[in-house]
Design a binder for this molecule. Structure first.
Ligand code: HEC
Length: 321
């Protein structure tokens, strides 16, 4: 009895860490390399080197797991120790392993893989109540067919998004956004949600077109409605008078969003970086978008995936950190 109590107590004390997206930054190099060893020895054969073995359908991708830490299933891995596939991980091992897993970059190699959800991953998660899947296509398209469980937020409603109100109401939902495939609409709403303080939001890679091309389940039955807070009218700031832009010559980005999207969703990190460099991107700074700001939110989203932050984009200017 006493021994059991002591073991329990020491297990509690040993958990001086929490399963948060910041976990890797709390670990030493040594702990991370221990985590890597544990991963290669015990997990990699199923989950793949980057945590996203796309060749093995049915294996839930681990890249981007930080988005899903609130998923009850993943709490099993939240320590202090856990049992997985016939082996027990001590608190120290569990911390190192989970910390390492949260550094995995996923199938496409992004620094922030959690913001991009593959069709494979969504198909395993779409029915969970923590998920709120939002279809951003026109209502008629939505009514014809959509991802099961999705709610519709048609383009004409986007202008009415109530930015500050959204974050609060969605706080415990993982929001997955998709449009027909370009990512133009999805990145717009992604940005509005992130700016309103909602962190658990991701875009379905390749949108509805890729979902259908991969022969995933679709339905015409409408089973979900949007939380009404998403549709509250808000003052339209887009047409508010802007102060005249300073006339400083800025480096130009000749950004053509179509070059960043393929039938298989966004281009992987290395190709995307190559493309951005080829059009004049030299890292953080202030740029002018030569082709206008129509696709500025998609660019902001892609830069986010690559680890940058877009501080602002207005008119044709974009400020990147
Ligand atoms: C034999 C193959 C195999 C091995 C080895 C394996 N896994 Fe998995 N893992 C799976 C499969 C299959 C799923 C999906 C199960 C499901 O969704 O029902 C999964 C799911 C998961 C999930 C849930 C992800 C999510 O968001 O739902 C986590 C976390 C996880 N594994 C961690 C690990 C860790 C850590 C190890 C190594 C200690 C490991 N796995 C070893 C096959 C494996």
């Amino acid at each position: 009895m006493l021994v059991a109590a002591l073991i329990f107590l020491s297990a509690l004390l040993a958990q001086d860490w929490a399963l948060t997206p910041d976990l890797p930054s709390q670990l030493t190099e040594k702990e991370l390399s221990q985590g890597k060893e544990l991963y290669s020895a015990n997990c990699q054969r199923c989950h793949g080197a980057d945590g996203d073995d796309a060749s093995q359908e049915g294996i839930t991708p681990l890249g981007g797991l930080s988005l899903r830490l609130g998923d009850p299933r993943n709490r099993n891995f939240g320590g202090p120790s856990f049992r997985a596939r016939g082996r027990i991980y001590s608190p120290v091992e569990a911390k190192a392993l989970m910390g390492y897993i949260l550094t995995l970059r996923g199938e496409k190699g992004f620094s922030r893989p959690e913001a991009l959800v593959s069709p494979c991953l969504l198909s395993r998660k779409q029915t969970r109540r923590t998920y709120l899947v939002i279809d951003l296509r026109p209502e008629a398209d939505f009514r014809a067919a959509h991802v099961g469980g999705a709610a519709n937020l048609p383009p004409k409603a986007l202008a009415k998004l109530a930015h500050p109100a959204m974050g609060r109401d969605l706080s415990n939902r993982i929001v997955i956004l998709y449009d027909e495939g370009s990512g133009l609409q999805a990145s717009k709403v992604w940005r509005a949600l992130v700016q309103s303080g909602h962190r658990t939001v991701a875009v379905l890679d390749g949108g509805f077109e890729r979902w259908v091309a991969e022969d995933r389940d679709i339905t015409s039955a409408v089973s979900a409605t949007l939380p009404s807070v998403l549709l509250i009218d808000s003052p339209d700031t887009a047409n508010a008078a802007q102060p005249p832009a300073e006339r400083v010559p800025l480096p130009e980005l000749d950004y053509d969003w179509q070059k960043t999207v393929t039938d298989n969703g966004l281009r992987p990190a290395s190709e995307l970086t190559g493309y951005l460099r080829s059009i004049g991107f030299k890292g953080a700074g202030r740029y002018r978008l030569r082709r206008g700001s129509k696709a500025a939110d998609l660019l902001a989203f892609e830069l986010h995936l690559l680890g940058y932050a877009v501080l602002s984009s207005r008119n044709q200017e974009i400020v990147i950190r």
